[in-house]
Every structure is written in C-alpha cells, then in structure tokens.
Design a protein around this ligand. Structure first.
Ligand SMILES: *Cc1c(COP(=O)(O)O)cnc(C)c1O
Length: 392
C-alpha cells in the first residue's frame, strides 16, 4: 500500500519523516536514523518512549480486560484515584482522556459549585497567554493572542488578566466570579513561571473572596518540575487541579482532582465513554509508581539543573539569551526570532526540540534522561547555533 499523506487533514506542516520505533530518549525512523527526543511529544512521555513498566502494565491489562464501561468500577481506576489522592491535597478524582477534557470538567465543576453555593457565580478569571486546550470552552479560557477571532462566538465568562499581577485580579473579582484558573508554569506561552509570592497571594485572595483556585497542571504536573505536582513548590493547596500529558506518559488519560467540599457534580452532570478506562488507568498507575520511587523526583531536579547549566554555557558562548524553567520544563530564550530555524536544523541533525514562540526553544525531555544525553543534546544544539548565528 502506498502512503497517502493527503489522506490526513492538513493541520500543521509535518516533516518528511515517519517514526517507527522509540525507546527512552530515542526515536527511530523508517530509514533506521535515530533522533534524540528532547520534546517527548510536548512534555507528554514523562518516562520516555515505551518504558518497560508501561509496556508491561498495558500488555497485562490488555490481556485481562480493556474496557468495562465507565458506569462500573474497575481495579486500575480505583488504584489510580487512590494514588493521586494519597499523594496530593485532593480528595476526589474524575478521569478523562485529554488535558482539554479535564479542564472542561474543571470549568463545569466550578460553574456547578457556583450555581449551588454562590448564587450562580460563573465567571472564571484566566490569564493572558494561558493555554488550557482546544475545546470551545477551554479555547475561550485560553489567552492565546492568535485564537482571539477563531471559531467565534466564544464561550463567555472568562475575563483575563496578566500573570504575576495580583491587583489586576483583585479589581476583576465580583459577585459573578466563581474561580481563578491558571497554569503554575505557562508552558505554551514559553515556560513563564508564576512567582511564589504571587501564587501565595492569589491563594489568600481567592480564600478571602470565596473563589476557587484552579491550577492547570496538565503540563507542569506528574513530576515534570521535580515535584510530583508543581503547586507543592508554592506551599499552597489549590481547590481544583487538572492533570494530563505526563500522567499517562503517552497513553491518553487526564484527571480532574478536587477537594471534597467542591465536588458538586450530581448524577448525570458529568461523564464520558472512556473515562477511567482500565487500560489507560493501568498505564497511569505504572507511571505514578515510577515517579514515586525514592529519589526519582530529586533526579529530575538534578537533571533540570544540569540542563540549565549546559544551556547557560551555550548562552555564554553565543553571548545571547537566557534560560528559565523548573525541573525538566525548561526554555532557552533567544534575543532574536530564530527559534524555529534552530529547531528545524536540529531535526536535520537528529535532535527533536520545540519552539513555542519565535524566540523560545522548549526542552521537555524524558524525566529519566541523564547527563550523557543532555551533553549529546547540547553538542548538537551548539553546532546548529554556530551555523545559525554565523550565517546571519
Ligand atoms: C497540553 C495542555 C493542555 C491541553 O491538553 P490536551 O491533551 O492537548 O487536550 C491543557 N493545558 C495545558 C497547560 C497544556 O499544556
């Protein structure tokens, strides 16, 4: 059979490569060429490609039972909910299939709680440049500038403020406000970190105003920042949290987590065909068991420090840019809009990176990458930067 790429809807320019195998930090294409993957599907494959314990969990569970239907308990679903609640400040979990769907659930839960307990308050304050997914409501909650006029009309009820500006939120909170929702680290915006005092202040403010604090940890959760959940770094307890991406390490599962007193759904309010499916839940259990091994999160922090150290050396060499990030969610910010060219050249040299903004390169390797791979990555990147900056 010939391969017809025009049988796929064209939604993005894809390079002329077909990957057929992956292990750890490496992908192999149809020609046998190997690529060092420091994107991992945009921070999704937390344990890298085809980690043994995920493969085993999937094949064992597939042989046992793949789907029982969402209206019945299954063992992996119960184990996963127990693992998440035991290791977080949340009491209850609802499983879904994507980050957008978990966030859509968070929006519904907040609106339901507002309808029941806050006289119909329904507005959710969100952030400029925030990213919460691609359903209509989560696009409306997102603050991506180039989405402003896409798929109009948007879902109303998402007034927006700049991140790290508490007074902007203070002046927007009214009787209609039910929640504030943000990413503790804005990933798609280019790894922009919420400041510690800001998030702590926001926690106090939202408590004072009886407003929910929702953290979207679809990208920052599941060990990515060197904490199991990135809110831990801030020493606060949010009311609602969403997880996705790294939770399944490539297997599509997401979670909506909440404190018990905000769990306002009644029968029929929320659901979904694949939610809590045993196959994907078993994979996520395997991921969490690895993340929770003693010393694992420390090794993520160490690898993240080493990655930023290597990038700082490149910055000194080329006299341009700076880094930011936490754990293995790291960005290299360049002084010029050359990120896309560099990413394309890296790909030609066997390195997969990603440019969320014209001047920003994002690094989201497997959480079990090591110094050797980080060195290999930095060598390829250095060669490409040399070419890029010398040819200008
Ligand atoms: C990727 C992402 C989403 C959307 O997740 P999907 O699985 O693509 O729906 C939502 N929020 C954040 C912070 C993300 O990084």
């Amino acid at each position: 059979m010939s391969i017809l790429s025009d049988a796929l809807m064209e939604i993005t320019p894809r390079p002329d490569i077909i990957f057929v195998e992956g292990k750890g930090s490496w992908l192999t294409d149809t020609n046998g060429a190997k690529y060092l993957d420091f994107s991992q599907g945009w921070a999704v494959n937390s344990l890298g490609h085809s980690h043994d314990e995920i493969v085993r969990a999937l094949s064992d569970q597939a042989a046992r039972v793949i789907n029982t239907g969402p209206a019945f308990y299954n063992a992996p679903m119960l184990e996963l909910a127990t693992l998440i609640t035991k290791h977080s400040c949340f009491d209850e979990v609802f499983f879904a299939n994507s980050g957008a769907e978990a966030n859509e659930g968070a929006i519904k839960l907040a609106r339901k709680w507002g309808a029941k307990h806050k006289h119909g308050a329904h507005e959710i304050i969100t952030m400029h440049n925030g990213f919460h997914g691609r359903t209509l409501a989560t696009m409306s909650a997102s603050g991506k500038p180039n989405w402003e006029t896409l798929y109009e009309p948007k879902v109303p009820g998402f007034p927006k403020v700049p991140i790290n500006n508490l007074s902007a939120i203070e002046s927007l909170i009214t009787d209609r406000t039910v929640a504030v929702m943000l990413e503790p680290i804005q990933g798609e915006a280019g790894v922009i970190l919420a400041e510690k005092e800001y998030l702590q202040g926001l926690r106090r403010l939202t408590e004072d105003k009886e407003t929910l604090l929702i953290v979207d940890e679809v990208q920052s959760g599941a060990g990515r920042t060197g904490d199991l959940f990135s809110y831990e770094f801030y020493g606060i307890e949010p009311d609602i949290m969403t997880l996705g991406k790294g939770l399944g390490s490539g297997v599509p599962i997401s979670a909506l987590c909440a404190k018990r007193r905000f769990c306002a759904f009644e029968h029929g309010d929320q659901g979904g065909t694949y939610n809590g499916n045993p196959l994907v839940s078993a994979a996520a259990c395997a991921v969490l068991r690895v993340l929770l091994k003693p010393g694992f999160l420390q090794s993520v922090r160490d690898a993240g420090d080493y990655l930023q150290h290597k990038l700082s050396q490149l910055i000194r060499t080329f006299g341009a840019g700076h880094t930011r990030g936490r754990g293995l969610l790291v960005a290299l910010i360049l002084d010029e809009p050359v990120a896309q060219i560099i990413v394309e050249q890296c790909l030609k040299n066997g390195l997969i990176l990603n440019a969320p903004k014209p001047n920003i390169i994002r690094f989201t390797p497997s959480l079990i990458t090591d110094k050797k791979e980080i060195d290999q990555m930095a060598d390829i990147l250095e060669g490409v930067m040399k070419m890029t900056f010398n040819s200008q």
